[in-house]
Ligand binder design. Structure first.
Ligand SMILES: Nc1nc2c(ncn2[C@@H]2O[C@H](COP(=O)(O)OP(=O)(O)OP(=O)(O)O)[C@@H](O)[C@H]2O)c(=O)[nH]1
Length: 510
């Protein structure tokens, strides 16, 4: 069964849908903005990492090129005093040219200084124990080696050692050429990147040793990052695929950052640029919060005014319903009045007014269709005596009973009408009925009343009886009038009365 929803229901649904849509669209927009913000940050991190990796590569490469020159010169010119003096001048010039260089050093196969960029040779320094020295002594490869950061014995600064192996003429280990890169040089460069107040960037060896970090923390230079999630993730990647980004929580400060990491192209190091997730989402949160307040206020306003609107609609619907009810009551009262105006109060039959209207209509119809119209005039016999003997109220009751019976026995075709014609007279109008039919109806009624045997001591017949006059007419325009039919039936009734009552007489056709 389909249920019809009210206008207030739909109005409520509409207001709710508008409010929910507003909130829904805002939530969807906020989530989108969040995703976009993260993407932006990832892009920024990747750019910073690329710039850092490029700078580190270039910085080390410059120092390494100087080392390659030195190796070639020493291996070609030998280690005689004049040759070393030239080498020393070249080293001093290169250190002066390359701001990242702290110094250039050449060690013999026992770790003693042969020559350095500063021109001062201290015999007390021996670097045979340094990691890079041991590495070259034990590895015949001629490529560059980037060592773990150390504090320079010469300058006391944190340096990153980049070195190459020197070979003797017979190919055996002949010593090491070393360039020390100023960690502070990298730090100054990293300072220029804006990764937020809680961001962090770092240069890390592929072995997990931290070269440098921003924010700078001297104590952490040279420390191991192997246990960090970030390093383990990086170490799991292979080759060029090592560039990427992911969220990691710092073991150091607990901050969750989006780290973009990238290996150096030529050296076994990688850089990472981490942007704090909280910081990155802080602005988004602030924006979202402000806008959400606006949306909630707007939704509340729409809800509030929507509710008022729905209430108004409800009130209006109620008023309309009341109005409809009042109109229906009025119409029903009108119908009752109309019915009462056309009805006889005592018997419930049509009254004389209705009878006259119906007679006029049916007479016209019969004239048009050349039909027969029959009329029965019924009159209670000795009714005056009945009133006299039993009283007027009893007389009324007899009229009611007789009327009820007549109504029950009268045909109920459209147009048939039983009316209280006047006083104790009852008329029955039967359109399209011939004299036989009308007579039969009258006879049936007469017999039924007689059969009821209602006592009537004032009548010689001893009980209530009826007399009836029946008349029919096939009206012709300009010849007959409606009154003629009634008159004829009245005459027939008079005949019935005069012939002794309790009988039906038919009017003679004229
Ligand atoms: N109780 C009652 N009497 C009515 C009503 N209308 C008319 N009468 C009475 O009916 C009587 C009609 O009497 P008459 O016309 O003289 O005729 P009758 O006594 O019926 O005698 P016949 O018609 O000649 O048999 C009158 O006494 C009226 O007062 C009514 O509504 N109620």
């Amino acid at each position: 069964m389909s249920k019809r929803f009210s206008i207030t229901f739909w109005a409520t649904v509409f207001v709710s849908v508008v409010c929910l849509s507003l909130v829904g669209v805002d939530v969807w927009r906020s989530l989108n903005a969040r995703g976009f913000q993260l993407l932006e940050m990832e892009r920024l991190g990747a750019n910073v990492a690329r710039a850092m990796a490029q700078q580190a590569d270039d910085t080390i490469k410059a120092a390494d090129t100087a080392l390659t020159d030195l190796v070639e010169r020493i291996e070609t010119d030998g280690q005689a005093a004049p040759a070393l003096a030239r080498v020393q001048r070249q080293m001093t010039a290169q250190v002066a040219n390359l701001p990242q260089l702290v110094g250039l050093y050449v060690y013999d196969e026992n770790g003693r200084w042969i020559v350095n960029s500063r021109g001062v040779l201290s015999q007390s320094y021996n670097n045979a124990d340094r990691e890079y020295f041991i590495y070259h002594r034990t590895h015949p490869e001629r490529g560059p080696h980037v060592g773990d950061p150390v504090i320079s014995r010469d300058t006391g600064k944190w340096i990153m050692p980049v070195s190459r192996r020197l070979n003797k003429a017979d190919g055996s280990f002949g010593g090491v050429v070393l360039a020390t890169l100023d960690i502070d040089y990298f730090r100054r460069f990293y300072q220029s990147f804006d990764v937020g107040a809680r961001g962090a960037v770092a240069l890390v060896g592929n072995n997990g040793v931290l070269m440098l970090r921003k924010p700078f923390d001297a104590e952490r230079v040279g420390s191991s990052m192997r246990d960090s999630e970030l390093y383990r993730h990086y170490a799991r990647q292979a080759g060029g695929a090592r560039a990427g980004s992911a969220f990691f929580q710092s073991l150091h400060d607990g901050e969750i950052r989006l780290h973009s990491f990238r290996p150096l192209e030529h050296y076994p190091l990688f850089v990472t640029a981490g942007i704090s997730r909280e910081e990155m989402l802080e602005r988004w949160r602030r924006d979202t919060f402000t806008r959400s307040i606006g949306v909630v206020v707007l939704a509340a306003l729409i809800g509030f005014f929507g509710k008022r609107l729905v209430d108004q609609i409800k009130l209006r619907a109620l008023a309309e319903a009341e109005l409809r009810k009042a109109r229906d009551a009025l119409e029903s009262a009108n119908r009752t009045l109309e019915r009462q105006a056309m009805q006889d109060g005592l018997t419930g039959l049509a009254n004389r007014r209705q009878f006259d209207v119906t007679l006029g209509n049916e007479f016209s119809r019969a004239t048009r269709h050349e039909d027969t119209l029959a009329f029965i005039m019924i009159d209670v016999d000795y009714f005056k005596q009945y009133n006299d003997v039993y009283g007027h109220s009893a007389g009324d009751e007899v009229l009611r009973t007789v009327s009820k019976l007549i109504r029950a026995l009268t045909p109920k075709r459209p147009g048939d009408l039983t009316a209280r014609y006047g006083g104790e007279e009852i008329g029955i109008l039967l359109p399209n009925t011939d004299v036989t039919g009308a007579q039969a109806v009258a006879e049936r009624i007469r017999q039924a009343v007689a059969h009821m045997q209602m006592p009537h001591s004032g009548s010689p017949l001893a009980h209530v009886t009826l007399s009836a006059g029946v008349a029919t007419i096939s009206p012709k325009r300009g010849v007959h009038l409606a009154g003629m039919l009634v008159e004829a039936a009245d005459k027939a009734l008079y005949v019935a009365k005069s012939e002794g009552r309790n009988r039906v007489c038919v009017a003679q056709p004229e």
